[in-house]
Design a protein around this ligand. Structure first.
Ligand code: OSB
Ligand code: MG
Length: 366
């Protein structure tokens, strides 16, 4: 397969409601989509950076810049997705930008040979259970309305975003209203310090599946210490940037569950390596999300169907975030989404919708 170049396209999708986390409030998703053009097929990748470097060091303008300034020219002569990873390895950091390019090339490669993402990655099921990530709200009644709506829709697991001042009481309220059977977990996005350990241990009363990333990204040892001070399992998100950091965090006892986000770790191939080593270590994993459009969502659904993904992921219907998606919408049925089986991602943007939401397009030859 000969790579001719990449189209970098910015797409602005309004969110159905603001999504507030401990680090920001999003009202619109400004997505960088990449399309690779090769002599055999085209392929799509979604760059999952946010607009500002508040979740991870990357941000969307920076990702587009490094793709144009370094990555795309480094890919000249590369023939497949494995080659993309190798060609980009010398460049430090920027996993989300690398992942988008690798995903596009993998999609093209798989489309050219008629193989699906799921088959390539090692899917073992036809459908995956859906979890939903619920933002921080202005009041508990508002939160209970939102959670009730998601439960009525069929989501099988609820994740509450937390921060200091919005943690124990919202969790208590959700447990009291919806009962002990709801699979419930929380995500702090690094908002606490080890000095909060006694406070966080109050969450132990609520039988949570896990607490995601309570402490800072670099603080692996702090998470290992915190794990000894609370019963709720600790699950790292931001800290896990590669198979190596995953192995280290497991070895140190800093994480007993892992959130695998393909963008954060540099792509689906590295995501699979983390899955494999976690399975070998007996550590359950689940698929995280970054408010993906239908493109990134398709690949996440395929990944979530690997055998080690034993917890429901942040894998939801398109309608969780978007009134209109750029692909055929992903629609949950009976709390599950069906793993795509068509060549590559199995979906592609719908040309009219893509055009309607596009804010800029640029062609970069290799
Ligand atoms: O920490 O999991 C996170 C969204 C953006 C950045 C970080 C996170 C999230 C989510 C949303 O929780 C998950 C989703 O896409 O459903
Ligand atoms: Mg998280």
């Amino acid at each position: 397969m000969k790579i001719e170049g990449f189209e970098l396209r910015r797409v602005g999708l309004p969110l159905v409601s603001p999504f507030r986390t401990s680090f920001s409030t999003q009202t619109e998703r400004d997505i960088l989509l990449v399309k690779v053009v090769t002599d055999e097929a085209e392929g799509w990748g979604e760059c999952v950076t946010l607009g500002d470097p508040l979740y991870s060091p990357e941000y969307t303008d920076g990702a587009a810049d490094i793709m144009k300034r370094y990555f795309i020219s480094a890919i000249s002569g590369v023939r497949d997705a494995i080659g993309v990873g190798q060609a980009l390895h010398p460049f430090k950091g920027h996993p989300m930008a690398k992942a988008a390019l690798e995903t596009a090339v993998l999609d093209a490669e798989l489309r050219a040979s008629g193989r699906s993402f799921g088959r390539e990655l090692g899917s073992v099921k036809d459908r995956v259970p859906c979890g939903v990530s619920v933002g921080i709200m202005d009041s508990i009644p508002e939160l209970l309305d939102a959670v009730g709506g998601y439960i009525d829709e069929g989501y099988v697991r609820i994740k509450l975003k937390i921060e200091p001042g919005w943690d124990i009481e919202p969790v208590r309220a959700v447990r009291e209203r919806f009962g002990d059977d709801v699979q419930l977990q929380v995500d702090a996005n690094t908002a606490y310090t080890l000095a909060d350990a006694r406070h966080l241990a109050k969450l132990d009363d609520f039988d949570l599946l896990l607490i995601e990333q309570p402490l800072e990204e670099e603080d692996i040892v702090g998470h290992a210490d915190l794990a000894k001070m609370m019963k709720t399992p600790i699950c790292l998100d931001e800290s896990i940037t590669s198979a190596q950091t995953a192995a280290a965090a497991i070895r140190l006892g800093a994480t007993s569950v892992i959130n695998i986000k393909p963008g954060r770790v540099g792509g689906y191939l590295e995501a699979r390596r983390i899955h494999d080593l976690a399975v070998a270590a007996g550590v359950p994993v689940w698929c995280g999300g970054m408010l993906e459009s239908g493109i990134g969502r398709a690949a996440n659904i395929a990944l979530a169907s690997l055998p080690g993904f034993t917890l429901p992921g942040d894998v939801s219907s398109s309608s969780r975030f978007y009134e209109t998606d750029i692909t055929e919408p992903w629609v949950m049925e009976d709390g599950h989404l069906t793993v795509p089986t068509g060549p590559g991602l199995g979906v592609a943007p719908i040309p009219e919708l893509l055009e309607a939401f596009t804010t800029s397009v640029e062609w970069v030859a290799v």
